[in-house]
Design a protein around this ligand. Structure first.
Ligand code: COA
Length: 172
C-alpha cells in the first residue's frame, strides 16, 4: 500500500487482486449516510450501529475511522473503526468494526481496511491488537486469521442470548 498525501489527511491507495484501485482515507461527516447504508447492508437490525452511534464514533478524536472508496466512482464501499485502549496490560489496539458492501466483497478490501487501521493505531505503541467476532461469522473469522489474528477464548452470549463471540488477538 503506497501512502500518498492529499489535503491534511493520510490517503492510501490499494491495488486489489483484480487490478482495481481503491482509496482508503479518514472518515468525514459527509460520509455518514453512505456508511450507514453499508451498515444496513452488512448487519442485522439488532447488531448494527444506529446512524447516531456512527456519527458519534466519527466525532471521537481518539478513534481511527477509515473509509474505502472505489476509485473511479468515488463510491464508499467499506469502512473500519479502531481505537487504542489503556488497560492494566498497557495499550491495546481494539478493532471495533469493519464492513464491506456485499457488492464489493472478496476483492481484498476488508483486509486492506484492517491493515491500514492497524498501521495507524501502531503509532500509539500498542502491545497487541484485539477484537471480538461473532462465532458464526466465518467470513470475518477467516479474514482475521489471514491477517495473523489467533483465537484466544469464547465470550458466551456476548451478542445476546445464545450468540457467542470469539476473542482474537495478534501481537502489534
Ligand atoms: C468480513 C468482511 C469485512 C470481509 O470483507 P471482504 O472485503 O470480502 O474481505 P477480503 O476480500 O479482504 O477477504 C480476505 C479473506 O477473508 C476470508 N473471507 C472473506 N470472506 C469470506 C467468506 N465469505 N467465506 C470464507 N472466507 C472469507 C478469505 O480468506 C479472504 O481471502 P480470499 O478472498 O483470498 O480467499 C465482509 O464479509 C463483511 O463486511 N461482512 C459483514 C460485516 C462483518 O461481519 N464485519 C465483521 C465484524 S467483526
Amino acid at each position: 500500500m503506497n501512502l500518498i498525501h492529499k489535503d491534511v489527511k493520510d490517503v492510501s491507495e490499494l491495488t486489489l487482486k483484480d487490478g482495481a484501485m481503491i482509496i482508503i482515507r479518514s472518515y468525514n461527516q459527509k460520509d455518514l449516510s453512505s456508511i450507514y447504508e453499508i451498515e444496513r447492508n452488512c448487519f442485522s437490525e439488532s447488531e448494527r450501529y444506529t446512524e447516531q452511534h456512527l456519527e458519534m464514533l466519527g466525532e471521537f478524536k481518539h478513534y481511527s475511522f477509515l473509509v474505502a472508496l472505489e476509485n473511479v466512482g468515488h463510491t464508499i464501499v467499506g469502512y473500519s473503526i479502531g481505537v487504542i485502549k489503556s488497560t492494566r496490560e498497557g495499550k491495546i489496539g481494539h478493532i471495533v468494526s469493519v464492513a464491506v458492501h456485499p457488492n464489493y466483497r472478496r476483492r481484498g478490501i476488508g483486509i486492506g481496511l484492517v491493515k491500514e487501521l492497524m498501521r495507524q493505531l501502531k503509532d500509539a505503541g500498542p502491545t497487541y491488537f484485539r477484537l471480538e467476532v461473532k462465532m458464526t461469522n466465518k467470513a470475518a473469522r477467516e479474514m482475521y486469521r489471514k491477517l495473523g489474528f489467533n483465537y484466544e477464548y469464547i465470550l458466551r452470549n456476548y451478542y445476546g442470548k445464545g450468540k457467542d463471540a470469539v476473542l482474537m488477538k495478534m501481537s502489534a
